[in-house]
Design a protein around this ligand. Structure first.
Ligand code: PTJ
Length: 230
């Protein structure tokens, strides 16, 4: 993350967000839980049934896991859009370049023509062909206002966020509470697994209950804290 910051990919606020994430990951036990696995299977099913899926990439994601983003976009046939909260053209092009170096083609984000309704100018910018017209958006480490705006637009959203209490986690269609560098390989594995099994994909989605899943994650965190206290 520090290298990503020095290279101009990560915003200063991204370093703070990462520290917040590490704190939640510690309480989670620094591993992918069974609840995150269930959410990931539902997310894979959602991506596989999408007509216009998009992965939104910010500075933290570009620094942590550009290879996995590109691999997922190929397997799940999604577009990739660089969509920044603290936007500058310079950072968008640096992030785009990193994604291209990792094999991405046609990365969107440099020339946004649209805005997310209700989100102030720079933070709401997005591409018509990408996030604006997506039916399913994967939004790792997303800000709460933007996640809620996407939900209001009627899109299905998949959050990856270590904070089960965040507005992003609580407003997404599917919320994966896991560290993003563990969550993306797990999601890739689930897309591969469910790709030729529509019945299992439907079952994964219908079994998934976001609020119950988040409650279970919080219960695990509570129990881990109890163990740490003893
Ligand atoms: O690059 P930009 O300009 O688009 O900015 C990116 C950040 C992350 C700074 C921006 O989107 C932001 O401020 O996000 P928030 O509102 O801080 O939300 C980020 C969420 O991701 C928080 O709930 C963190 O706990 C969580 N998080 C941080 N690191 C990780 C994480 N979740 C999963 N894996 C991580 N490595």
């Amino acid at each position: 993350m520090v290298e990503g910051f020095r290279a101009g990919l990560v915003a200063p606020q991204g370093l703070i967000a990462h520290g917040r994430g590490e704190m939640f990951d510690y309480i989670l036990g620094e591993k992918t839980t069974k609840d995150a696995r269930a959410a990931s299977r539902a997310a894979a099913a959602l991506l596989l049934r999408a007509k216009r899926p998009v992965i939104s990439v910010n500075g933290n994601i570009a620094a942590l896991c550009p290879k996995d983003v590109v691999a997922l976009s190929k397997i799940a046939r999604t577009r990739i859009e660089v969509c920044l909260f603290h936007r500058s053209d310079e950072r968008v092009s640096k992030i785009q370049k990193v994604l291209e170096e990792n094999g991405a083609e046609d990365v969107l984000g440099f020339l946004p023509e649209e805005r997310l309704p209700g989100i102030d100018h720079m933070r709401g910018l997005c591409c018509k062909e990408g996030i604006f017209s997506a039916d399913v958006a994967l939004i790792p480490l997303e800000d709460g206002d933007r996640a809620e705006a996407l939900a209001r637009m009627g899109k299905a959203t998949i959050a990856i966020d270590l904070n089960p209490l965040s507005r992003t986690s609580r407003s997404a269609t599917v919320s994966i509470v896991d560290e993003v560098t563990r969550a993306l390989p797990e999601l890739i594995k689930n897309v591969e697994d469910l790709e030729d099994d529509p019945k299992a994909a439907s079952a994964a989605l219908s079994k998934y209950d976001r609020d119950a899943n988040l409650q279970a994650v919080m219960a695990s965190m509570g129990s881990n804290l109890g163990k740490l206290r003893r």
